[in-house]
Structure formats: structure tokens, C-alpha cells
Write a protein that binds this ligand. Sequence first.
Ligand code: NDP
Length: 269
Amino acid sequence: MSIFAVLGNPVAHSRSPQIHQAFAAQHGQKLIYERRLIALDDFAAQAREFFKAGGTGANVTVPFKHEAYILADVLTERAKAAKAVNTLFWRNGQLLGDNTDGIGLVRAIEELLSFSLSNKHILLLGAGGAACGVIQPLLQQLPASLTIANRSAEKAQLLAQEHNVNWCAVTQIKPEYDVIINATAGSLHGQKLPVSVPVLARAQLVYDMMYSAKLTPFLLQAHEAGCRHLVDGLGMLVAQAAASYALWHGFNPDIRPVTEQIRKEMERS
Ligand code: NDP
């Protein structure tokens, strides 16, 4: 049986094993999918060890996406654009690095929410690994504009220049965005962001990449500002996993029933 794993630290909370087993059930396949806690200072050696011992593919999560990018022998175009790898695949004697976060986000918004990003003014909050990974896939949807804002403004500026999009200081965001995507770790740390009420109230959709059984701090902030279309990142998590699954197995899973299943599991636990 093929062996897969999610490599991270921490990793005990990861829903990837349930998601990949649900995809395998749709596909009529059996596979082993484990959680591997990787020592913070030993990613490259432990990841190589996993593949040497017969691993076929791995998802890479916090904080190793950049190290996985360095480790891969070959990179897909989207991994190069993101400068981060969340999917590793041992293929033809080489370690292929891919990044499926961006197409996962886009699929979650367009397919699960039936929401078109085309011609929308999009605000992307954050300039870390997750933000980097979603810029090109968002631009491929032909939005009217894409603006990056980040706590460290110089990082937003650099990223925006690299991708030829707009940027602004997080405290100076104008109320002119249809879609707001939170790619900061603010919600993870239980913190609200300095985004004003008019900015949040005007948005048709506020999407927080973090997911949780209850409203994330940023979604709660948007709710209090009057925005009513609030979505967390569970659909993105399932859709990025589906793209990894498709790469490894050549089968594109149906993400809706799996997202619903994981949501129910989350609410029960
Ligand atoms: P990084 O550590 O690479 O980047 C963190 C970003 O968040 C930086 O822009 C940082 O700003 C900002 N930030 C951190 N703390 C705060 C705060 N208290 N207030 C405001 N800004 C803050 O993390 P990632 O990019 O990998 O992940 C970001 C989020 O996206 C996480 O919540 C993660 O769980 C989520 N995620 C979800 C996925 C999914 O499938 N649903 C996939 C990938 C990520 P600065 O530059 O100033 O430090």
C-alpha cells in the first residue's frame, strides 16, 4: 500500500489524514496516511528519510513550507511563484515540490461558494507563506484589482512589486473592496486586525484562511462590522488536499461532501 504523510510541527491537530482517507474512499483505493512530527531543526533529513523508507507523497505544513521548497529537486511553476511547497511527490527518482494552497483557495471560493472572483476588487491581508502562494492563482481569475496589506508594510510592498499588484499599509485600507481574504496568522493568535468597520461592512465576502468550529476572531470582527458573508478556510484546506491527491493519484476528488464531513467532525470535537 502506498504511504503518505503530513509533515509539520505541531501536527497532532492536522485533519489531513481524515481528508485523504475520505478521498481514497471516493476513489475506491486504500492508502496509509500518517501524521509525522518533524523536529524543528531537522526537516530536510527527516523528510528525505520518509521518502527513503518508501513514502510516496507528503503534505507539508507550518513551519516547513519554505524548507520543503529548498529541499525539492524539481518545482512546479506554482511552487516557484509561491516560493513555498506544501506538497512533495517522489516521482522518477526525484522529489517534486508543488504548492496547492492557491488553487485550493480559488476552488473553495468559486466551487463551494459559487462566488466568482472575476472583476472583483480583492484585498489580501498578510505577506507570509500563505499569501505568497495565493497571489498568482487569484490573478488568474482576472479580478478587477488585487491589493496586499500587511502588519509589516515593507513586506507587503515587496510582495506587491514582485507580482505587479497594489499594496497599502494595513491601517490605511480604503473601503473599496468586494472580497477580503485574511492570510495573516492574526486569528491563529486570537487577535483582531486593524481593519476599519467601513472596509469590512462594504465587502461582499470576507474569507479567513484559518478555520474553526466557531467564528474565527477575524470573522467575528467582520460580523460585528455588519458583513454577512463570512467563510473560514476549511474549504481551502480540503481543496488544497484534493489538488495534492490529484497530483499523487490522478483522481480529482469531490470536495463538497468531504468539507461537510470534516465540518461535522470539527463541531463534534
Ligand atoms: P506566516 O507565518 O508565513 O505569515 C504570517 C502572516 O501573518 C504575516 O503576514 C504576518 O505579518 C501576519 N501576522 C502574524 N501575526 C499577526 C498579528 N497578530 N496581527 C497581524 N498580522 C499578523 O504564516 P502563513 O502565511 O503560513 O499562514 C497564515 C495563516 O493562513 C495561518 O492562520 C494559517 O493557518 C492559514 N493557512 C490556512 C490554509 C488552509 O488551507 N486553510 C493553508 C495555509 C495557511 P508580519 O509580516 O508583519 O509578521
